[in-house]
Design a protein around this ligand. Structure first.
Ligand code: PMP
Length: 291
């Protein structure tokens, strides 16, 4: 049996899962989404992802046509229909079909779909060896123009940065905010270990409120490591003891160099490795049961 996609609550085969060319998600990037993971038959942080999805939609005055409870039930059903235990789940809500103008009031009903697939992670070697990243010239969207807290279908800012990363042959790029402070990466939040403390930029300067970010700060505090939000520059990263990125898909991935400067020993550091271990234990033991 091939992959089944949940399209507005109905299950259709992959080749029948299509969106209208008049959908404003496609025409204008007018929509919201979530990337969610399931591990070992449990969906990790389902409530948190659903809250963020509905909050993003609310900020865009987009009415998701089903309740949060129904959306959760449909996510679980999509996993069951596809017989998945370990999966990457993509939930997308678009403004729906309208006319060719950008006015969202011309789109009577939001459109949604849920895809559950097997996961494409960074190859395991990067979790052991770490990633080299660079700072790119594309600045993160200014929060006054479009809040980076909204997980919208408008990822062009991040894609511009990803193109720069590709051009330099690295897998991720550090994006600065307009003032030149480190904001986040194209699809991940960023952390450094500095003077024994775990530091990440405040989301108010231009970063998504990452669900993994939040959990990692709690895990660090639980292990007696002070975790704080503080603005910092690339210089602070160059002289940090350790650095890593966090995201639902990437989990926690060590960073071993920034702009050609070796971070710490040039190998994933002890704080990073212990957080990876703790995070993996948590993902294997917590979450909403699928079956
Ligand atoms: N920042 C950006 C720009 C993202 O797209 C993501 C999610 N891929 C993250 C950070 C990490 O967020 P989360 O931990 O909630 O997946």
């Amino acid at each position: 049996m091939g992959m089944l996609i949940c399209l507005n609550g109905k299950f259709v085969p992959k080749n029948k899962a299509v969106v209208s060319v008049f959908d404003h998600g496609l025409l204008y990037g007018d929509g919201v989404f979530e990337g969610i993971r399931s591990y070992n038959g449990r969906v990790f942080k389902l409530d948190e992802h659903i809250e963020r999805l509905y909050d993003s939609a609310k900020a865009l005055v987009m009415n998701i046509p089903v309740s949060k409870e129904k959306m959760k039930a449909e996510i679980l059903l999509t996993l069951r229909k596809n017989k998945l235990k370990d999966a990457y789940i993509r939930v997308v809500v678009t403004r729906g079909p309208g006319d060719l103008g950008l006015n969202p009031t011309k789109c009577p009903k939001a459109f949604y779909f849920i895809i559950a697939a097997s996961i494409a992670l960074y190859p395991e070697e990067f979790y052991k060896k770490g990633l080299a990243v660079i700072t790119v010239s594309t600045r993160r969207n200014i929060p006054e123009a479009l809040s980076p807290k909204i997980k919208s279908l408008n990822y062009l800012n991040n894609i511009m940065a990803k193109i720069e990363a590709n051009n330099y042959g690295v897998l991720e790029a550090i994006m600065l905010n307009r003032e030149g402070y480190v904001a986040e990466c194209t699809g991940d939040n960023i952390f450094m270990v500095s003077k024994g403390r775990l530091v990440t930029p405040p989301t108010s300067i231009g970063a998504l409120e990452g669900i993994t970010r939040d959990e990692v700060m709690k895990l660090a505090e639980g292990a007696g490591i002070r975790a704080l939000e503080k603005t910092f520059t690339t210089y602070d990263m160059y002289v940090a003891e350790e650095a890593f990125l966090t995201g639902t898909a990437a989990e926690i991935i060590p960073v071993i160099s920034v702009d050609g400067r070796k971070i710490g020993s040039g190998k994933p550091g002890p704080v990073t490795l212990s957080l990876i271990k703790k995070y993996r234990e948590l993902t294997q033991s917590e979450g909403t049961e699928i079956y």
